[in-house]
Design a protein around this ligand. Structure first.
Ligand SMILES: NC(=O)c1ccc[n+]([C@@H]2O[C@H](COP(=O)([O-])OP(=O)(O)OC[C@H]3O[C@@H](n4cnc5c(N)ncnc54)[C@H](OP(=O)(O)O)[C@@H]3O)[C@@H](O)[C@H]2O)c1
Length: 326
C-alpha cells in the first residue's frame, strides 16, 4: 500500500509518500481502507524521533482514521465489509490501509463525510477525558482552555459550553479568539499581548476559575495554579512550552488543588475502549444533532503530509488539518 514514510528523524522534509506492507488484521481487528486521517501535534514529535510508537503499534504516523471496512478478524462482531467507520488508532493512519480494534471503531453517522469523521476521535476523546472525566467540569463552573485554536481546544470549548460552563480561552491571534467565540467561549485572551493570569483574575472579579486545561507546561504552571479557585483542578494535557518546572506546593495545600495529567496513546486497549465508550455515550449524540461540530481548518491530499506538518508547526491552523487518502 501507499503510506507516508519517515526517511529519518527531523523536520517535515523527512516525510515522503512511499510503499509499506499491507497491515494484517488480528482476531479482534478491522482492516480499514482509509479515506481520511488527521494531523495531531504528537505526529510532529514522532516525526522528530521524540515520541516513538508504543510496542506493537505501526511505526507509520497517524492517530485517527475514517474509512471503510475491507476485511476483519475472526472474533469481530457487529461490523461487515463496506461499513463506514472512524476511530482512534495507536499509529498507522497516514496510509491507504490501517487496522483498528472493532470495539474502538465507531460507525460514521449518516450524512457525515470521511473528512468530518477523521476530525473527531483524538480531540473529542482527549477533551472529554481531561475536562470532564479527570477535571470534573460541571455546569455553572468556569474553565480556562489554553490553545483555544488547537484541535483539542476547539472541541473542548464547544463541549464545555454545552455542559453549561463559562469558558475562557487563550490564543495567539485576534482571529483565533473571534473564531473561538463562535464555538461558545465568552472571553478570549491573546497571550502574546496580555498576561493571561492577570486577565483571568480581572474577568472573574478576582475569583479565578475552577478548571484549567493546559497544553503549555513549564512556563504556565505557576500562573495556572495562581488562578485556580479553592478546590480547583489543573489538567496537564500537553507540554508545548516545556516539561520540567518548579512548583510551590504551598498554594496546592492552601487551596486544596488537584493536578491531573493524561496521555491517551500509551493506555491499554481496555482503557481506550472505555475512553471510546464514554465519548459515544455523552458526545456522539450531540455531534449527530449538530449541536457541536468537528472544526476543520483545511483538507490536503495525503501526499502533502510534509506541507501539512509545516502548516501546523507554524501555528496557522484553527481546528483540524485533514489528510485525504485517494
Ligand atoms: N494528552 C493527550 O492525550 C493529548 C491528546 C491530543 C493532544 N494533546 C496535546 O494537546 C495539544 C494540542 O494538540 P493539537 O493537535 O490540538 O494542536 P494544534 O492543532 O497543533 O494547535 C496547537 C496550538 O497551540 C498554540 N501554541 C503552540 N505553541 C505554543 C506555546 N508555546 N505557547 C502557547 N500556545 C502555543 C498555537 O496556537 P496560537 O496561535 O494560539 O499560538 C497552535 O496552533 C498539544 O500539546 C498536544 O500534544 C494531548
Amino acid at each position: 500500500m501507499k503510506a507516508i514514510i519517515r526517511t529519518g528523524d527531523g523536520g517535515p522534509e523527512v516525510l515522503k509518500l512511499g510503499d509499506a506492507p499491507d497491515p494484517i488484521p488480528g482476531p479482534t481487528q478491522l482492516l480499514i481502507n482509509v479515506k481520511a486521517t488527521a494531523l495531531n501535534r504528537a505526529d510532529t514529535l514522532q516525526r522528530q524521533g521524540l515520541y516513538p510508537q508504543p510496542p506493537g503499534e505501526s511505526e507509520i504516523l497517524g492517530l485517527e482514521i475514517a474509512g471503510q471496512v475491507e476485511a476483519m478478524g475472526t472474533e469481530v462482531q457487529s461490523f461487515k465489509p463496506g461499513d463506514r467507520v472512524f476511530g482512534l488508532v495507536g499509529g498507522g493512519g497516514y496510509a491507504e490501509q490501517a487496522v483498528i480494534d472493532y470495539r474502538m471503531g465507531i460507525p460514521i453517522p449518516e450524512g457525515w463525510s470521511f473528512e468530518q469523521a477523521a476530525a473527531v476521535a483524538e480531540v473529542f476523546f482527549t477533551a472529554n477525558e481531561t475536562l470532564f472525566t479527570l477535571g470534573g467540569l460541571r455546569a455553572g463552573e468556569t474553565v480556562l482552555i489554553h490553545a483555544g485554536g488547537s484541535g483539542v481546544g476547539t472541541a473542548g470549548t464547544q463541549m464545555a459550553h454545552q455542559a453549561g460552563a463559562r469558558v475562557f480561552i487563550t490564543a495567539g491571534s485576534a482571529e483565533k479568539i473571534e473564531q473561538s467565540k463562535q464555538l461558545g467561549c465568552t472571553e478570549g485572551i491573546n497571550y502574546k499581548e496580555h498576561d493571561f493570569a492577570t486577565e483571568v483574575m480581572r474577568l472573574t472579579d478576582g475569583k479565578g476559575v475552577d478548571v484549567v486545561q493546559d497544553f503549555i507546561g513549564e512556563p504556565y504552571l505557576e500562573r495556572n495554579l495562581s488562578i485556580l479557585k479553592t478546590r480547583g483542578r489543573l489538567v496537564c494535557v500537553g507540554l508545548m512550552g516545556g516539561a520540567v518546572a518548579e512548583i510551590n506546593l504551598g498554594q496546592i495545600m492552601r487551596k486544596r488543588l488537584q493536578i491531573f495529567g493524561s496521555v491517551m496513546r500509551p493506555q491499554s486497549l481496555e482503557e481506550k475502549i472505555g475512553i471510546t465508550q464514554r465519548f459515544v455515550d455523552r458526545w456522539l449524540p450531540l455531534l449527530k444533532e449538530g449541536k457541536i461540530h468537528p472544526i476543520i481548518d483545511c483538507v490536503m491530499p495525503l501526499s502533502q503530509a510534509r506541507e501539512a506538518h509545516e502548516y501546523m508547526e507554524a501555528n496557522q491552523n484553527f481546528g483540524k488539518i485533514i489528510l485525504k487518502v485517494d
